[in-house]
Write a protein that binds this ligand. Structure first.
Ligand code: SAM
Length: 334
């Protein structure tokens, strides 16, 4: 009698990822899939090529999760040592070149950004479909654009006005060139007669689905004031590394701090207050400036619950001699 043993699935990892994670891509990809799908995942090498072996039944739900993974190239069923390809659904609303075309110093790698978004969104409870994602240190918008590609609304804050202007100019040109139906405008922000900077707002409609995007120039510690009563499903950000970008401790004075610790201590309670119940905050940062335990303390003190066991402890990786990056996610429990 034939026993009904599930056939293992294999996710093929994009080879380009090893450039991003210095050979640690399989481990990071395994942790991403383990937390987003809630299944056991093991990196394996078959004929010299990296795959993730997934201990789960093939299902529509699992295919949907594999399709959004930051590292996936393909999915196979492993039958008696042979690989049978499985077609994955098309999940991205906008093309990959939306996030790969911009190149500038200080850009957060687009795959790491996608990983961070995926693991954070996987912890958001209640409600389905379109989420609202805030990146309160948004630079030139890698998180915002990845959120759009996944069909979510995006919002941001960035202290460098030139970065916001460059982002706005790029996005307008991209949408026009691709003939995507959109609106986009930059407007001054004034409160009580005082100039507070600028805001950029855009909206696209793709296949009848509309997505919004808004960015304020300004200090992230003013995020709750700038966004007012608006609450977000997810807050996703790559904190300043203290190398290309110092953390701006005084936006007007331009004071710079070697690590982001001071900024994070001030900003985390503000960001936590902008998270709706059931929402999640995910961050990548340089552990050489701020130890994981310190960040976990700050998130806990702000009333969030840190995801800290099993695969959550396996995202740390070396970027270069001055940056050792990790990922942390915390939730506002319902
Ligand atoms: C690591 S970069 C993020 C890059 C972004 N993910 C991208 O790919 O373009 C951190 C950003 O935080 C911004 N920043 C630093 N301190 C800030 C503050 N107090 N308020 C707002 N933005 C700040 C920096 O200007 C920088 O753009």
């Amino acid at each position: 009698m034939r026993l009904n043993v599930p056939v293992p699935l294999l996710m093929l990892i994009a080879p380009s990822l090893n450039r991003v994670y210095a050979g640690e891509a399989p481990r990071l990809a395994a942790s991403e899939l383990a937390v987003t799908a809630g299944v056991e995942v093991e990196p394996v090498v078959i004929a010299g090529v990296d795959y993730l072996r997934i201990q789960a039944e093939d299902s529509e739900n699992l295919r949907g999760i594999v399709a959004v993974q930051s590292a996936r190239l393909g999915l196979y069923e492993e039958v008696s040592g042979l690989l049978r390809p499985i077609e994955l659904p098309v999940v991205d609303v906008l093309d990959e070149d939306l996030v790969t075309i911009p190149k500038y110093p200080g850009k957060t790698n687009e795959q790491l950004t996608r990983l961070l978004l995926n693991v954070t969104l996987s912890q958001v409870v209640a409600g389905q479909g379109t989420r609202s994602v805030l990146d309160p240190l948004c630079g030139r918008g890698t998180t915002l654009l990845q959120a759009w590609r996944l069909g979510h609304d995006a919002a941001g804050i960035e202290s460098d006005q030139k970065a916001v202007e460059a982002f706005a100019a790029y996005l307008k040109t991209y949408l026009r060139r691709k003939r995507i139906k959109h609106t986009a405008e930059m407007t001054p922000v004034r409160r009580e007669g005082k100039s507070l900077g600028k805001r950029f707002d855009a909206e696209v409609t793709v296949d009848g689905r509309s997505m919004s995007l808004g960015v304020f120039t300004g200090d992230t510690r003013q995020s709750a004031k700038l966004w007012g009563k608006r609450r977000f499903d997810a807050i996703v950000t790559d904190a300043p590394y203290g190398i290309v970008h110092g953390s701006v401790s005084d936006v007007r004075g331009g004071g710079r701090d070697r690590s982001a610790s001071g900024l994070l201590a001030d900003a985390i309670p503000v960001w936590a207050s902008q998270l709706r119940s059931g929402g999640a905050l995910g961050m990548s940062w340089n552990t050489l400036g701020t130890p994981r335990e310190r960040l976990a303390e700050l998130l806990t003190a702000a009333g969030l619950v840190v995801r800290d066991d099993g695969p959550w402890r396996h995202f740390s990786h070396r970027v270069d001699s001055s940056v050792h990056r990790d990922v942390i996610v915390a939730v506002r429990e319902v």
